[in-house]
Design a protein around this ligand. Structure first.
Ligand SMILES: Cc1cc2nc3c(=O)[nH]c(=O)nc-3n(C[C@H](O)[C@H](O)[C@H](O)COP(=O)(O)OP(=O)(O)OC[C@H]3O[C@@H](n4cnc5c(N)ncnc54)[C@H](O)[C@@H]3O)c2cc1C
Length: 304
């Protein structure tokens, strides 16, 4: 990478870190260093940064890191972290909520509940950010983030701002056709009035169901694989005689077999070995090729 480190530091100060340990930014608590780590404090600063680096190296965007496995060799490029400076919720008069991409799903769900706005209840169960949720078309309990989305505001890697209507984006199960070089800055959602008590009841119900079916207080990035059409990935895994498999400190949750776990000290390589092993076992038993839901970024350690 040909970026001048001194110049970057002079221009962007404390918002730039060289060699930042990325394990802090993934729910797996795994990952090597980022060559350049940039946590912008405003849209203006992000635009200035992107116009300065002119797409001259690899760039990746990170939200809350609850769906991203970062490899042990780190990322040889720029990691842009969309964090709390991009967290805001504005309620407009025309039943529209404008939400910053760094806002946590849970924060939006709580705001909606407090203001008697329905259809955001399920977000109380998803630990990511709004930017990550849109990129992943995240959802649960029959809802998806795209359902009441109106538009998104984005920046491309050259720093050009663009608002994109929902109708121009193709959303599918756990994904979108949004170009990889788009950073989501904020989103507008349709905000329908609801009954506050019913909204809270729904949140409690969802939360109980999640507690019953999924592990908590563990280092995981949630579902490892997408559910194949008409099937449940956790069921296929459970019945493929691989639930007790471990590689190093990587294992499979006994409560939810699609959740892979860093038991403490697992490497990204351990998790990837477990992923490949489970894929093989499920294919052997069911002739089904499991597709990753997790995003894997970065490089393996050479000879590692
Ligand atoms: C315990 C647990 C439970 C979970 N339950 C669910 C569930 O019920 N349903 C579900 O769908 N998911 C679930 N997940 C997965 C995860 O929380 C979601 O996919 C979440 O929406 C990811 O958001 P994030 O901000 O953490 O994304 P990250 O992991 O940071 O990033 C995911 C992807 O989005 C991109 N991205 C992130 N922010 C932006 C942005 N601002 N602009 C452009 N691209 C961006 C990244 O480049 C990456 O490709 C769960 C995870 C955990 C750990």
């Amino acid at each position: 990478m040909n970026l001048n480190q001194n110049e970057l530091k002079n221009k962007f100060g404390k918002n730039i870190i060289f060699g930042e340990d990325l394990s802090k930014y993934s729910w797996f608590n795994i990952g090597g260093p980022a060559q350049v780590f940039f946590k912008p404090e405003s849209i203006e600063q992000l635009v200035e940064f992107l116009k300065y680096i002119k797409n001259s190296c690899k760039i990746i965007c990170l939200g809350a890191g609850s769906n991203t496995l970062i490899r042990d060799g780190g990322f040889s490029g720029v990691v842009i972290k969309i964090g709390s400076k991009f967290s805001f919720i504005k309620q407009h008069k025309n039943n529209i909520l404008e939400v910053g991409a760094g806002t946590l799903d849970k924060t939006l769900s709580r705001f909606a509940a407090d203001n008697s706005i329905s259809n955001f209840e399920y977000l109380s169960c998803i630990p990511g950010s709004i930017g990550g949720a849109i990129r992943m078309n995240s959802g649960c309990f029959g809802n998806e983030i795209s359902n009441n989305l109106v538009s998104i505001k984005t920046l491309d890697f050259m720093g050009n701002l663009k608002e994109i209507e929902k109708t121009k984006i193709k959303f599918y199960y756990r994904g979108t056709d949004l170009s990889e070089d788009l950073i989501i800055l904020s989103a507008k959602f349709q905000a329908d009035a609801g009954n506050k008590n019913l909204i809270h009841e729904k949140i409690n119900k969802y939360s109980l169901e999640k507690k019953e079916s999924q592990p908590s207080q563990i280092k995981t990035c949630g579902s490892t694989f997408k559910n194949p059409k008409g099937k449940k990935a956790w069921e296929l895994i459970k019945n493929s005689n691989c639930i007790d498999a471990t590689f190093g400190k990587a294992s499979i949750s006994k409560k939810h077999s699609n959740f892979f776990v860093n038991e403490g000290g697992a490497s990204s390589d351990d998790i990837e070995k477990l992923i490949n092993y489970v894929k093989e076992k499920v294919f052997e038993k069911y002739d089904v090729n499991l597709e990753l839901e997790l995003k894997i970024i970065g490089e393996k350690i050479k000879n590692g």
